[in-house]
Design a binder for this molecule. Structure first.
Ligand SMILES: C[S@@+](CC[C@H](N)C(=O)[O-])C[C@H]1O[C@@H](n2cnc3c(N)ncnc32)[C@H](O)[C@@H]1O
Length: 377
């Protein structure tokens, strides 16, 4: 119970992580390189944002004309509804505006929209954003935000960590295009994996599985280890880092069409840089599923035409023209007690196991099952 409270508190805190401008820029550039018109005449919705200081809003407002956007909509969630309270203070921008409402500032969400050069200064930027309070608190599940979703072509955000599954389901059921930040481990969620397997969603182009640095509300508690890691990356102060962050999307980018250069199985066994492979007679096979264990993406043999189990980080290199995704240990792991009548193994979840050769079995970490589309001999 204490543990689950702790983890709820941690998840709620992670709901308030703010994305860096250059992380957004880097990712968006990859889509533009692939298709310079990806945003042309499109309505982009940025839900779960805090438009007054969000880098998503800033980035798309500053690039509105260059991208040829039709409309930008950005919404925020009311301070009173947030699970993690951060000592809310309205911004001077809001307080100095004639619309400022003392009662609504904490209870209502806000909507910012941009369609044209409102100020008439000859350019479109953040100064042309128009805003008002939402009727409700800006919950993405509300009817009010659903209407904005209907209007949008592309939905982009870093959704609240604790609601990632619900958020993705919300976009997918609406059939919208999206780019959202999440955690690599979400790949194995039962709501996410089928989308990846069927090529209805994939990883974005940048930052996959690496440490991403996020700004946190002023004075927010941050794990000291994470604060130091962020500092080592050059972010000192109200910043933290989240390992294994990545973008999930259904918009195409060039990176996912680059095939992975690989060695043959014989060459891997002879020359691999991994001691787990080099010098062995063959790749290990699972006891409870007919596939070979490939513990590193760069050790995938180019000439093996059977099924292979690879770590989830493989998805960063996944090219749908090169490989087919068959499943994972969660979908295909046969319970060990059905396979190994004797022997010792650590139980836990549907995992794959390899034999240690002494009647004990090693439980293998999460694996995705893949197969070459065209084996290179
Ligand atoms: C991880 S932060 C990201 C903020 C911003 N998109 C960015 O990346 O800088 C997620 C935001 O979603 C808000 N949020 C939490 N629950 C929400 C909900 N049910 N509906 C809409 N927004 C929510 C949080 O309060 C927070 O402002």
């Amino acid at each position: 119970m204490a543990n689950s409270n702790l983890s709820n508190a941690k998840n709620a805190k992670n709901d308030e992580f703010y994305t860096q401008y250059h992380d957004i820029e880097k990712e968006i550039n990859a889509y533009l390189e692939f298709n310079p018109d990806v945003f042309r005449d499109k309505t982009v919705l940025l839900p779960c944002d805090d438009p007054e200081w969000s880098n998503f809003t800033k980035f798309f407002a500053q690039n509105f004309a260059r991208f040829g956007l039709k409309k930008l909509i950005s919404t925020s969630y009311a301070a009173d509804s947030k699970k993690y309270k951060t000592g809310y203070q309205p911004t001077l921008f809001e307080v100095n505006d004639p619309q400022f409402d003392y009662n609504k500032t904490t209870k209502n969400g806000k909507i910012f929209s941009l369609t044209h050069d409102k100020t008439g200064d000859g350019k479109i930027d953040v100064n042309d954003l128009e805003w008002h309070y939402l009727e409700g608190d800006g919950d993405f599940k509300s009817k009010e935000i659903k209407k904005l979703q209907d209007e949008a072509d592309i939905i982009i955000t870093n959704p609240p960590f604790s609601l990632f599954r619900n958020f993705l389901a919300w976009i997918v059921q609406a059939g919208k295009q999206f780019m959202i930040i999440g955690n690599m481990n979400a790949i194995t969620y039962k709501e996410v994996f089928p989308l990846i397997k069927e090529n209805k969603a994939w990883l974005g182009a940048t930052g996959n599985g690496s440490d991403m640095v996020f700004a946190v509300p002023k004075g927010a508690e941050v794990d000291e280890k994470d604060r130091q890691k962020a500092a080592r990356l050059g972010y000192v102060g109200d910043y933290t880092r989240l390992g294994n962050s990545c973008w999930f999307t259904n918009l195409d980018h060039g990176r996912r069409h680059q095939t992975l250069p690989l060695m043959t199985m014989a060459d891997n066994l002879k020359y691999s840089k991994h001691k787990e492979i080099k010098g062995k007679e063959s790749y290990d096979r699972y006891e409870n599923y007919s596939a070979i264990e490939v513990p590193f993406t760069d050790a995938i043999p180019s000439d093996y035409d059977g099924i292979m189990g690879v770590p989830i980080s493989f998805l960063d290199k996944y090219c749908p023209e090169q490989f087919e995704i068959i499943g994972s240990n969660l979908t295909h792991g046969i319970p060990m007690f059905e396979v190994a009548k004797k022997g010792t193994f650590a139980q836990g979840g549907p995992s794959f196991y390899t034999a240690n050769g002494d009647s004990t079995f090693k439980r293998i970490y999460t694996r995705i099952l893949i197969k070459h589309k065209n084996t290179k001999k």
